[in-house]
Design a protein around this ligand. Structure first.
Ligand code: BG6
Length: 490
C-alpha cells in the first residue's frame, strides 16, 4: 500500500454541482480521497441554481457514487461519513442580486479554499468577480478551471484576463485531466528517470511519432456543448497537444511547476504554424454517420444531436504536425482523435528508423522497425517492439517480439482517476500538472489557423461510419508519407 501523503484541511466549493462532471468525476474522486484518509474534516460545498437542501444534494451525490464508483469500493459506512461532509448552497452566481451569504455560513476563513468552476467557460470571469466582490477570496484560496478555456485565442485571453483580476497565476489551476492520468505522469518518469531512452529521443533515431486518442462514445448528452466545440477544440487543443509536449520537450532543470511548463511552452511555440493553403493537406476532419460499435447499431452524429440541420462540427481529426527544433527536425507527429471509433484507446507510438542495412537474408523476416508503444488507457503499459530470432532449427527466421510492461500486472492495484491526483495537487498548491496561461494561449494560437481555414472552406467534414477508424483520408494522410497508423498492441 503506498504511503498516503496528507493534505491540509480544505473547503472545496464546486460551481456546477448538479452537472455531469461533478457527479461523474469530481464526487467519486473526492470519495476515494476521503476513503484513503486525505480529507478528514474537509468539506465539499456544492453550488448551483437548483433549489436543493443539503440532504437533497447528498441524495443526488449518493446516487452518483453508486453509479460511478467501482462496486467493490463502495463501503456504505465510508460513504455515509463522506456524504456528511457535503453541503449545498443555492446560487445563481451571475445574478446581480444573488444572495452569497450561504457561503459565509459554511466556509472557514483559516482553511485552504478551492473554488472549482465546473461551469461553462464564459462564467469563469463573472464568478471570480462575484467571489471577490463578496469578500470570499482569501490568501489561501485557489480557483480551478476546466478546459476548454474559451473557444479561440481572443476568448481565451479575455477569460484569462478576467480571472487574473481576482486570482494570481499561482492560485489558478487550469485542468487538463489527461495530465493527471497515471500513465501520462509516467511519461516524465520514462524519459527522465531512465538513461536509455533519452539518448535515443532524437531525429537521428526516431522516424516519426503517432498519438491516437480514440473513443467509442458519441455525444453522451453533451450535444449542446460539443456541437459548438468539435474534436479540435475539445481534444486536440488541450489533451493531444499536452501529450505531444511531454514527448517532445527538452529535459526540464527540475520538476518545479514552472520549469516543466517552460519546456512544454517551448514545444508549443516550436510547432510549425499551418498556412491557410496547407491545412487541407495536413489535416482531415470527419463526422460519424450511423454504424455499429461492438456489433450494436448506433445512430449518426446528427441523430445523436437531435438536429435536422446539417452541422459542420467535426467528431474526428487527424493531422500532421511538425516541431521545428534541432531534436525533431523532419520527424512528423501524426495525431488523431475521434468519437464513435471501434475502441477506446489512448496510445503514443515512437517509431524508430528502419535498419540502414540488413545482413539477414530477405526471406528471414518481414521487417518491423523498432517501436516504443506507450499505452495510456486501457491496459496501461509500455511495449518495446524488437526483432528477435524465432527459436528452433530450420533456418534463420526473425519476427517482432515485445518487451512488455503491463502496469496492472506489475503493480496489481487500482489506478487512481486523474481527478483524484489533480484535486489533491490543487489543495497542495502544486501546479506542475496544470496548464499555465501562456501554454493555453500558445495552443490556441497554433490551432486557430486550422479552425479558420476549415471555416473558410465550403466542404463539410468527411463522413465516416461509426465503428470505423475515421474517414479514409485519415489513412491516406499518413500513407502518403509511406507510413501506417499503428494497429492494436496485442
Ligand atoms: C474530455 C472531453 O475532456 O475528455 C470529452 O471533453 C472526452 O469529449 C473526454 O470524452 C475523454 O476523457 P477520458 O478520460 O475518458 O479519456
Amino acid at each position: 500500500m503506498p504511503k498516503i501523503i496528507p493534505v491540509a484541511t480544505f473547503d472545496c466549493v464546486v460551481f456546477g454541482a448538479t452537472g455531469d462532471l461533478t457527479l461523474r468525476k469530481l464526487l467519486p474522486a473526492l470519495y476515494y480521497r476521503f476513503r484513503d484518509g486525505q480529507m478528514p474534516g474537509s468539506r465539499v460545498i456544492g453550488a448551483a441554481r437548483s433549489h436543493l437542501s443539503d440532504d437533497d444534494f447528498r441524495a443526488r451525490s449518493l446516487a452518483a457514487l453508486q453509479k460511478h464508483v467501482c462496486p467493490d469500493d463502495q463501503e456504505p459506512e465510508t460513504m455515509r461519513r463522506f456524504l456528511a461532509q457535503l453541503h449545498y448552497v443555492q446560487i445563481d452566481a451571475v445574478a446581480p442580486d444573488a444572495d452569497w451569504s450561504g457561503f459565509n455560513a459554511v466556509l472557514d476563513d483559516d482553511r485552504v479554499r478551492v473554488f472549482y468552476l465546473a461551469t461553462s467557460p464564459d462564467l469563469y470571469g463573472p464568478i471570480c468577480q462575484a467571489l471577490s466582490a463578496r469578500g470570499l477570496v482569501t490568501a489561501k484560496s485557489r480557483v480551478v478551471l476546466e478546459k476548454p478555456i474559451g473557444h479561440d485565442l481572443d476568448s481565451a485571453r479575455a477569460i484569462i484576463g478576467e480571472v487574473a483580476k481576482v486570482f494570481t497565476e499561482a492560485q489558478t489551476f487550469r485542468i487538463d485531466h489527461f495530465l493527471g492520468k497515471e500513465t501520462v505522469q509516467n511519461l516524465l518518469a520514462l524519459r527522465f528517470a531512465n538513461t536509455i531512452f533519452e539518448r535515443l529521443w532524437h531525429a537521428d533515431v526516431i522516424d516519426h511519432v503517432q498519438i491516437t486518442v480514440s473513443e467509442t462514445v458519441g455525444l453522451e448528452g453533451r450535444g449542446g456543448y460539443y456541437d459548438k466545440s468539435g474534436a479540435l477544440r475539445d481534444m486536440v487543443q488541450n489533451h493531444l497537444l499536452q501529450l505531444l509536449c511531454l514527448i517532445a520537450m527538452e529535459p526540464p532543470v527540475s520538476l518545479d511547476a514552472d520549469r516543466v511548463r517552460d519546456e512544454k511552452l517551448k514545444v508549443l511555440r516550436a510547432l510549425k504554424p499551418m498556412g491557410p493553403h496547407e491545412v487541407a493537406g495536413l489535416t482531415v476532419r470527419g463526422q460519424y454517420t450511423q454504424g455499429a460499435i461492438d456489433g450494436k447499431p448506433v445512430p449518426g452524429y446528427l441523430a445523436d444531436l437531435g438536429s435536422d440541420e446539417v452541422s459542420s462540427t467535426e467528431t474526428f481529426v487527424a493531422l500532421k504536425a511538425e516541431v521545428r527544433t534541432w531534436r525533431w527536425a523532419n520527424v512528423p507527429f501524426y495525431l488523431r482523435t475521434g468519437k464513435r471509433l471501434p475502441e477506446k484507446v489512448s496510445e503514443i507510438v515512437i517509431q524508430f528508423k528502419a535498419l540502414p542495412f540488413s545482413i539477414f537474408p530477405r526471406e528471414a523476416a518481414e521487417w518491423h522497425p523498432n517501436s516504443l508503444i506507450i499505452r495510456l488507457q486501457p491496459e496501461e503499459g509500455m511495449r518495446l517492439e524488437m526483432m528477435t530470432k524465432d527459436p528452433g532449427p530450420g533456418g534463420l527466421r526473425l519476427s517482432p517480439t515485445g518487451l512488455d510492461i503491463r502496469f496492472e500486472k506489475t503493480f496489481g492495484k487500482r489506478f487512481p482517476d486523474a481527478y483524484e491526483r489533480l484535486l489533491m495537487d490543487t489543495v497542495r498548491g502544486n501546479a506542475t500538472l496544470f496548464m499555465r496561461h501562456d501554454e493555453v494561449e500558445a495552443a490556441w494560437a497554433w490551432v486557430e489557423p486550422i479552425l479558420e481555414a476549415w471555416a473558410a472552406r465550403p466542404d463539410q467534414p468527411r463522413p465516416y461510419p461509426a465503428g470505423s477508424w475515421g474517414p479514409t483520408a485519415a489513412i491516406a494522410l499518413i500513407e502518403r508519407d509511406g507510413r501506417t497508423w499503428h494497429e492494436k498492441m496485442e
